[in-house]
Design a binder for this molecule. Structure first.
Ligand code: NAP
Length: 299
């Protein structure tokens, strides 16, 4: 069995299977029901919860804070991850998205997130996206100041490219403990960029978003999804498990020590991720999934 906890620093361990709350505003759960769902996650060993300031215009953080208030025992039993750096400017025809990773904005955002989340501390605070105007010295100083003030326990990034991660991590004296990145059987950006190898050498464990390609892996008709789905279903038949279990097992068995983030609110779908901790793929099966969509070649 793969370990149920992953140590990301001497100070912080995350559950190897993480629950994501990006889609929370669509779940229509009052605070008491959301608190019940959070307890169901904890009972399964899924104790790390992922959100972001930008999700549903900060509504997801607010809803989570209300659930922590409804059941005050939850907050001390979980590790809370949130992110900053993406903002929306209202415009005449909607809104325009932009990044702000400046010192003052990060400090202000962190304080606002803590308030919405009804929490005294954020366990892991991430810069959400790679900002073309990133000032590595200002951003790293903000992250380190938040740590020094005890408002966050650890810091990291999300969606960073290799050189951006090296640069910010150097300015932050090696303080970054994760890069939260997209990876699924139909998304290989971070294999192609060399990020997976960089994370290996830096001994940084990635958190993986949209491991099921946001559900498209099981629903979409495009050729990449259909080919990947067919192969995953075939392998699932060999192991007598649901196809989703195989996807999580595939991610978990990579040497990077990745932590998949589950996006579903359905307990049985959380179970698929937990079951994957016990599934051992044959080495050739890992490559079968890697090549299945047709995007990656085994030469
Ligand atoms: N850092 C970033 O930039 C970033 C970006 C996106 C997401 N994230 C994080 O990653 C988390 C997970 O992302 P995600 O929600 O896209 O993950 P995902 O697990 O790939 O997708 C979840 C979606 O797939 C559906 N689904 C699950 N199993 C399915 C199945 N067997 N058949 C059909 N549909 C299925 C779910 O529907 P049901 O709810 O009906 O089960 C849900 O709509 C988010 O909550 C967020 O915390 C981070």
């Amino acid at each position: 069995m793969r370990k149920t906890k992953t140590k990301v620093s001497h100070n912080l361990s995350l559950s190897t299977i993480i629950q994501g709350f990006w889609r929370l505003d669509k779940w229509n759960m009052p605070a008491s029901e959301l608190a019940r769902f959070m307890n169901e996650c904890i009972e399964r060993g899924i104790t790390t919860f992922d959100t972001a300031e930008i999700y549903a215009g900060s509504q997801c953080e607010t809803l989570m804070g209300e659930a922590f208030r409804a059941d005050p025992s939850i907050r001390s039993r979980i590790e809370l991850v949130t992110k900053t750096g993406i903002f929306k400017q209202p415009t005449a025809d909607g809104s325009f998205g932009y990044y702000d990773t400046s010192y003052d904005r990060i400090i202000q955002s962190c304080r606002e997130s803590l308030k919405r989340l009804n929490s005294a501390v954020i366990d892991l605070y991430l810069i959400h996206r790679s900002d073309p105007c990133l000032d590595v010295w200002a951003t790293s100083r903000a992250l380190l100041d938040l740590k020094a003030q005890g408002l966050v326990r650890e810091v990291g990034v999300s969606n960073f490219e290799p050189f951006k991660l090296i640069a910010l991590n150097q300015a932050a004296a090696g303080a970054l403990v994760t890069n939260q990145i997209e990876w699924s059987p139909v998304c290989f950006e971070h294999f192609d960029s060399g990020m997976m190898d960089l994370l290996g050498v830096e001994k940084i464990h990635p958190m993986i978003w949209s491991p099921l390609a946001g559900g498209r892996l099981f629903t979409a008709d495009d050729p990449a999804c259909v080919k990947a789905r067919n192969k995953i279903t075939e392998i699932a038949g060999r192991h007598h498990v649901e196809p989703a279990v195989i996807v999580y097992a595939w991610i978990l068995s990579h040497p990077a020590g990745a932590m998949p983030i589950v996006g579903s609110s359905k307990p049985e779908r959380l179970d698929y991720a937990v079951q994957a901790l016990d599934v051992k793929l044959e080495r050739y099966e890992w490559y079968e999934i890697y090549a299945a969509s047709g995007q990656q070649k085994i030469k």
